[in-house]
Design a protein around this ligand. Structure first.
Ligand code: HEM
Length: 188
């Protein structure tokens, strides 16, 4: 089990209990791995559109998550957000990192090293509160469920929930190891 307590005022943006299922993770079964890889192949065909849809939903529904992005933190309009090159670049990076994870599900060292690098960069360089990884994960599940209803059956969605719980728990562990929220400036 892992947890991340909010230190930010985003609670008003979030429905209580919405992403609590992302607080516990367990190893993926072989069947879950296959379901994740098959469903991701369909999503990744439309990598840019899916990534941008996910991030626009994150920033519209949870506006405080924009605070870390210098180029669009003051933009509210969804269509304008969609055009932001900084948003589009981050969408591609998120999708590519998830793609690497999905391709490496049978290589736990690789999964750990990807999540370790993402966690360290976001804690030290970008100073992102780890709770946003949980919020983003909830948004990924929501948007993929809406955009790919045929693919994201209940069983497939449950496998994805487990993968994203693993992601959130690993990122939380990295933050804890680094001493978040009391990271020293000398680490940046
Ligand atoms: C699955 C989750 C995520 C992945 C895989 C991911 C991946 C990345 C990667 C690969 C980079 C570029 C390399 C770097 O500077 O570290 C990056 C940059 C960044 N990420 Fe994320 N990220 C994720 C979630 C988030 C969240 C939830 C936020 C904040 C709400 C965030 C904020 C940022 C910021 C501010 C940058 C720098 C952007 C820039 O310089 O233009 N990321 N991310």
């Amino acid at each position: 089990m892992c947890s991340s307590r909010s230190t930010l005022g985003f609670q008003m943006e979030r429905k209580q209990g919405e992403v609590d299922h992302l607080e516990r993770s367990r190893p993926l079964t072989d069947k879950e791995r296959v379901m994740i890889q098959d469903s991701w192949a369909k999503v990744y065909q439309n990598c840019d559109d899916a990534g941008v849809a996910i991030l626009v939903r994150l920033f519209v529904n949870f506006p405080s998550s924009k605070q870390y992005f210098s180029q669009f933190k003051h933009i509210e309009d969804a269509e304008e957000l969609e055009k932001s090159s900084q948003l589009r670049k981050h969408a591609r990076r998120v999708m590519n990192a998830i793609n690497t994870l999905v391709e490496s599900l049978d290589n736990s060292d690789k999964v750990s090293s990807v999540l370790n690098a993402v966690g360290k960069a976001h804690a030290i360089r970008h100073k992102v509160d780890p709770v946003y990884f949980k919020i983003l994960s909830g948004v990924i599940l929501e948007v993929l469920g809406e955009a790919y209803p045929q693919v994201m059956t209940a069983e497939v969605a449950s496998a994805w929930t487990n993968l994203l719980a693993i992601l959130c728990c690993s990122i939380n562990a990295v933050y804890e190891e680094l001493g978040w929220p009391h990271l020293s400036n000398s680490t940046s």
